[in-house]
Design a protein around this ligand. Structure first.
Ligand SMILES: [Zn+2]
Length: 286
């Protein structure tokens, strides 16, 4: 658990997958990225799917919901998906938290690996919210993009994950940077998608940032030029990272990454030679 003032931040890993290195590392050559994370056979690289559970003292907030239970089996096989510790519902149970106890669900964006657990199918195959008492939140622009995908973005958006929630009024669509609860700020970090959000935590003079897919792995945050092939607007990702990397170095705040199996949490420093240092902070998963 990572503590930021009064906030307790727990890391839940929804799944472990193996991706072609060309996904997470895009234009970066294998000879360079393999120094950060060694590839497995066929240049496959390990990827985790980390969601956050935040306790504020009187509210319980879930940030992203993983792939969920209805992800197509063929796609799971393609990703070599494994859940050695169970999905996030199993992780929440380990914390003693029932789905009914979640007050807020924040979707940083609506890609299937971040919003797939929003809904589930009940015993009558009816779609129901996985967290029935929660207020779900995402950006208005993200919802519009997800409802009108193009040939490049269509595969990762499943309207079953969010459309019913918007229709029923259970998903609130915010516009721009928003302090949702005291000390929990949704900040737009454009690039991965045009309305992608990172989450800034501030409490009692301490702070931390969940970068989410502004930087999928810690090395993407350390090296501004490294980004995934999944980003819709890579040059916007670059500018978002430039802004927040400067913040992270200046404030010495921990930054959390959604897919990094090695360094899910790290601090950053400016070294004497002008390079950026990456300093892992070990935080075990729930
Ligand atoms: Zn992601």
């Amino acid at each position: 658990m990572l503590r930021v003032g009064d906030l307790e931040i727990y890391l839940l890993n929804d799944a472990t997958c193996l991706l072609d290195g060309g996904g997470p590392f895009g234009l970066v050559p294998l000879t360079l990225w393999s120094r950060y994370i060694p590839p497995q056979q066929l240049n496959l690289v390990s990827s985790h799917y980390i969601c956050l559970l935040v306790k504020t003292g009187n509210q319980i907030v879930l940030i992203d919901t993983g792939y969920g239970e209805h992800f197509p089996i063929k796609a799971m096989e393609r990703l070599h998906m494994q859940r050695p510790q169970g999905d996030i519902l199993v992780g929440l149970a380990r914390l003693g938290i029932q789905p009914t106890a979640i007050d807020w669900v924040i979707n940083t964006h609506l890609h299937a690996d971040h919003a797939g657990g929003n809904m589930r199918q009940d015993s009558n195959n009816k779609w129901v919210p996985s967290f029935p008492n929660a207020q779900y939140v995402t950006q208005q622009r993200e919802y519009e993009d997800a409802m009108h995908p193009n040939e490049r973005t269509r595969a990762t958006y499943d309207p079953n994950n969010y459309h019913p929630l918007v229709q029923s009024g259970q998903m609130r669509l915010i516009e721009g940077d928003t302090e949702l609860l005291s000390g929990i700020h949704c900040v737009v970090t454009r690039g991965h998608t045009p309305a992608h959000m990172s989450i800034l935590f501030e409490s009692k003079g301490e702070s931390a940032l969940f970068a989410c897919d502004m930087a999928s792995y810690a090395v993407h945050f350390q090296k501004l030029g490294w980004m995934t092939a999944f980003d819709v607007e890579p040059l916007q990702t670059l500018e978002s990272k430039r802004l927040w990397q400067e913040w992270a170095i200046r404030t010495q705040s921990p930054v959390l990454f959604p897919h990094d199996p090695l360094n899910a949490v790290a601090r950053f420093s400016m070294e004497a030679d002008g390079s950026v240092g990456l300093h892992p902070i070990p935080v075990p998963y729930v």
